[in-house]
Write a protein that binds this ligand. Structure first.
Ligand SMILES: [Zn+2]
Length: 133
């Protein structure tokens, strides 16, 4: 069941691997307990940061596949930001070219695209999975 989730995560994991200076590890089949509010048999997996903090990434948010995708991207984004903070790196990731020290880019769903966009002015930076650094 989590094969689909693993595939869904590929673009954002690529961005993290390319640009976040953080080695996240995805672990499927780890089932000590589900994340809060998620039934144990639901679709979820663990993402580990280098400092051994594990976070459950769950497929949730209704039946709209694009909303689900944006939601799991959000969840991984949060893990990456926390992992960077724990590693002593800037938590303003991915940095917005216009506001590098202020607010990081965030995942935005526009039409059928999941994008990295500026939360301050709405400026689209690139598609999730296409981050350059
Ligand atoms: Zn900005």
């Amino acid at each position: 069941m989590t094969d689909r989730l693993v595939r869904m995560l590929e673009p954002i994991l690529r961005d993290v691997a390319t640009c976040a200076e953080l080695a996240l590890r995805v672990q499927d089949g780890y089932r000590p307990s589900a994340p809060p509010g998620v039934p144990v048999d639901d679709d979820w997996l663990m993402v580990w940061t280098p400092d051994s903090a594990g976070t459950g990434i769950a497929l949730r948010g209704g039946e709209d596949e694009l909303e689900q995708l944006a939601d799991v991207f959000d969840q991984v984004h949060e893990v990456a930001v926390e992992g960077r903070g724990n590693a002593g790196l800037s938590t303003s990731w991915p940095p917005c070219p216009a506001h590098p020290e202020r607010r990081p880019l965030s995942v935005a769903l526009r039409g059928t695209q999941t994008l990295w966009a500026c939360p301050v002015d709405g400026q689209v930076h690139c598609e999730v999975g296409q981050l350059a650094c």
